[in-house]
Write a protein that binds this ligand. Structure first.
Ligand code: ATP
Length: 265
């Protein structure tokens, strides 16, 4: 259980996140929704301590992670894999090495820097790639891949990290509709197959309703909705998104039916 307990984050006089409390059960797939600037990224980044809360605590299974330092903080960050909008791969390195980077904390930095990966490490990384149907791309430079392929590499890297949580910050914001679906399917697979808790910031309400089992709606740093997708009425969504509502509600964005979880982009 992840407990966010009265957490606030201020930047100067402005509260990006304001007095947020949430309890997130193990194995959940949570969508954090809301308009631009609502505080979604800041909330996610506080969970793995990329940002520090100004007030409040974050607890995992009752243990306060807000005050962790040194090796304990590194271990916590390892248990919270981040997925970013821009993939954050090392473009000039091959795909397999990028995935192996997710093993850094398991093998020790010296071995990793010397590229002394064991056959077992490589097998784990390759198997992760194969799960997302991109095993054949293992030896290609990451920068030569399409956006959807790169994001699947990033998800494979997160998986080999063996995290408890995946924190995905607008993971599909720079993808076309087909790749959007493939990447969301990959996150869903990680959630269902491995029981990893996924907390995913999403701008698209359609996607959030399709993939998430609970939605947390934020506006001006506060949680203004918390429930299952069916509870988010059009009126509630309009209130949540304000002037952006027409972009995200009844948008009829052509999201094609899943081309198969393992389709190659
Ligand atoms: N490092 C920072 N310094 C100053 N202000 C910040 C910083 N990070 C975020 N903010 C402000 O905090 C508020 C919330 O930002 P945040 O990025 O968390 O929102 P968001 O919901 O993720 O928006 P978006 O979808 O556009 O990324 C915004 O007003 C933003 O300008």
């Amino acid at each position: 259980m992840l407990t966010i307990d009265k957490v606030t984050r201020r930047f100067g006089a402005k509260a990006a996140v304001s007095d947020v409390s949430l309890e997130i059960a193990d194995g959940a797939f949570i969508g954090v929704i809301g308009r631009s600037g609502a505080g979604k990224s800041t909330l996610l980044r506080m969970i793995n301590r990329l940002q520090e809360p100004s007030e409040g605590r974050i607890l995992c299974d009752g243990r306060d992670v807000t005050g962790l330092h040194g090796a304990d903080l590194r271990a916590w960050r390892q248990s919270c894999a981040m997925i970013f909008q821009q993939f954050n791969l090392v473009g000039r390195l091959d795909v397999l090495t990028n995935v192996l980077m997710g093993r850094l904390n398991h093998v020790g930095q010296a071995r990793a820097l010397l590229k002394l990966w064991t056959a077992e490490d490589k097998a784990i990384a390759l198997s992760a790639l194969e799960q997302f149907d991109i095993g054949s791309l293992a030896s290609q430079r990451a920068e030569s891949l399409s956006g959807g392929q790169q994001q699947r590499v990033a998800i494979a890297r997160a998986l080999v990290q063996e995290p408890k949580f995946i924190l995905a910050d607008e993971p599909i914001a720079s993808l076309d509709p087909r790749n959007t679906r493939i990447v969301m399917d990959a996150l869903q697979r990680i959630n269902r197959h491995y029981g990893i808790t996924v907390i995913c910031n999403l701008h698209s309400l359609d996607l959030a309703k399709t993939y998430c089992d609970r939605l947390v709606g934020m506006a001006q740093g506060r949680v203004v909705f918390d429930g299952v997708p069916a509870e988010l009425t059009s009126a509630a969504a309009r209130e949540l998104y304000g002037i952006e509502a027409d972009d995200v509600i009844d948008s009829h964005t052509p999201v094609p039916a899943a081309a198969g979880v393992f389709a190659t982009a």
